[in-house]
Structure formats: structure tokens, C-alpha cells
Design a protein around this ligand. Structure first.
Ligand SMILES: Nc1ncnc2c1ncn2[C@@H]1O[C@H](COP(=O)(O)OP(=O)(O)OP(=O)(O)O)[C@@H](O)[C@H]1O
Length: 233
């Protein structure tokens, strides 16, 4: 297990956030952190990468976990080229120059490496964002809504890229509100709703336990139940 979350609580003044969640993330898996708007996905990611402190509870990390993060948006310096940006990052991390070429080729930006980032489309910026997250050999790769701005071809390519990263021995956690995407890619799922966990475990187990064919069906069923319960009180 790479991480165990015990009663992790982070509540904002709005009374929203994460209300004491318990979960387990297993190593070497692709994990979907799924849920609708305001479910608490970004909040959890901020706690995992240490950008924010939790109010109470505990994150019990396996020894020596290093994290690489792909934010949902990066403001790259607009006057630098894609190559210059990645070269700078590789230099800071003492990575070989060849790693820059490798990741730029993998995200289809090698031909555009000499272009300034301000000329990039949203999808190209997102692929550069993905490329920076692929530089290095951190054990855990956390991606915040990685499909944002990607077209159908690149969403398919993203799935392959993340599978390749898993084959390299990494653990991958990605957030999404697209349950079909989560289902196509993930081994495990952590499904949040209103700062609570609806489901956590292997996708196969979760679906068979709940006798559902798809995550969406299961999600709608659970949400329906929650709404009914709330009506009663
Ligand atoms: N800094 C903050 N101050 C107050 N409330 C916050 C803050 N950050 C998040 N929240 C609230 O916490 C809840 C969870 O937000 P979060 O951004 O984690 O959800 P999310 O699952 O990432 O949603 P989305 O898919 O819309 O990005 C929301 O109700 C949000 O309004």
C-alpha cells in the first residue's frame, strides 16, 4: 500500500471540503479519483501534494514515496519554447537531456519544440503539462483532470501513456468527473461525493459487490439513495 488515509478531514469556512475520509491506495495501480463538481477531488489532491494541511486525521505514506504532479492548468512562461521549458525542468532535476526529447516525442510536441508556448493551443499546453509530469522517475504520479482540453485522439493516447507509466512501476492517481473514462482506464477507484467516500477499491470488486455493470449506474444509484435519505430528515 502506498498510502492509507485515516479520518482525513479538511473543512473550509463554507463547511465544504473533506469530512473525515478513510481510504487506501495500492502501489503499482492506476487509481481514478472520481466525483462530481465540488466532491472534494482537488482538495484531496492538495492535501496529498502538501499544498494544504489537513485539519485532523492522518495520511500514512509508505516509506520513500516521491510524487510528481500534473496540475489542471499551468501558466508556462509564454516567451519560452516548449523545449526550453522542459530543458530547464530537466536541468533542475539533473535528468539527462535525452529525457526531454523522449517526453516531447511521446506527447507529440517534438515538431513544435521551437515554438513559443504563447502560440500553443489549449490542447498543446495540456500535452506540455503532461510532458513535464513524465520527466523523472517519481513513484507516484498525480494528475488533476488530465483529460482537460484534450481531443479524442489525445484522450486515447493519454490512456496508453498512463498504462506505460504503470508498466514502469509507477502508481498513478488521476482525478476526473468522467466516470466512463475512469472505468476505461483505472484498476481502482476512489469515488467521492460531497466530501465523503462513496466507494474505494478495485473497480472489478466494487462493481461486482454492488451488482452494477458500470460506475455511472452505481453512482446514480448511490446518489439517488442519498437524496432519498436526506428527504426523510
Ligand atoms: N479554499 C476554499 N475555501 C472554501 N471552500 C472551498 C475551498 N476549496 C474548496 N472549497 C469547497 O470544497 C468543496 C470541494 O471542492 P473541490 O475543489 O475539492 O471539489 P472538486 O471535486 O475538485 O470539484 P470540481 O470537479 O468542480 O473541480 C467545494 O464545495 C468547494 O466549494
Amino acid at each position: 500500500m502506498i498510502l492509507k488515509g485515516v479520518d482525513v478531514k479538511k473543512v473550509y469556512s463554507s463547511n465544504n471540503g473533506l469530512h473525515g475520509i478513510n481510504f487506501e491506495l495500492n502501489s503499482g495501480r492506476i487509481i481514478a479519483l472520481a466525483g462530481g463538481n465540488g466532491a472534494g477531488k482537488s482538495t484531496l489532491i492538495r492535501l496529498l501534494i502538501g499544498e494544504e494541511e489537513y485539519d485532523s486525521g492522518e495520511l500514512q505514506w509508505e516509506d520513500g514515496v516521491s510524487i510528481k504532479y500534473m496540475p489542471d492548468d499551468i501558466n508556462f512562461p509564454p516567451t519560452l519554447t516548449a523545449f526550453e521549458i522542459l530543458q530547464l525542468l530537466a536541468h533542475l532535476k539533473k535528468l539527462p537531456k535525452s529525457s526531454v526529447e523522449e517526453v516531447l516525442k511521446r506527447v507529440g510536441l517534438w515538431e513544435h519544440r521551437k515554438q513559443h508556448v504563447r502560440q500553443f493551443s489549449k490542447g498543446m499546453r495540456q500535452r506540455l503539462n503532461l510532458a513535464q509530469s513524465l520527466l523523472g522517475d517519481e513513484k507516484l504520479l498525480i494528475l488533476d483532470e488530465p483529460t482537460n482540453g484534450l481531443d479524442l485522439l489525445w484522450i486515447a493516447e493519454l490512456k496508453q501513456i498512463l498504462q506505460e507509466q504503470k508498466e514502469l512501476g509507477k502508481t498513478i492517481l488521476f482525478s476526473t468527473h468522467l466516470l466512463s473514462f475512469a472505468e476505461e482506464l483505472a484498476d481502482d477507484v476512489l469515488l467521492l461525493h460531497d466530501g465523503q467516500i462513496l466507494m474505494n477499491g478495485s473497480l472489478e470488486e466494487v462493481l461486482s459487490q454492488e451488482k452494477a455493470d458500470h460506475l455511472e449506474e452505481l453512482f446514480m444509484r448511490k446518489i439517488g439513495l442519498i437524496r432519498q435519505q436526506n428527504k426523510k430528515y
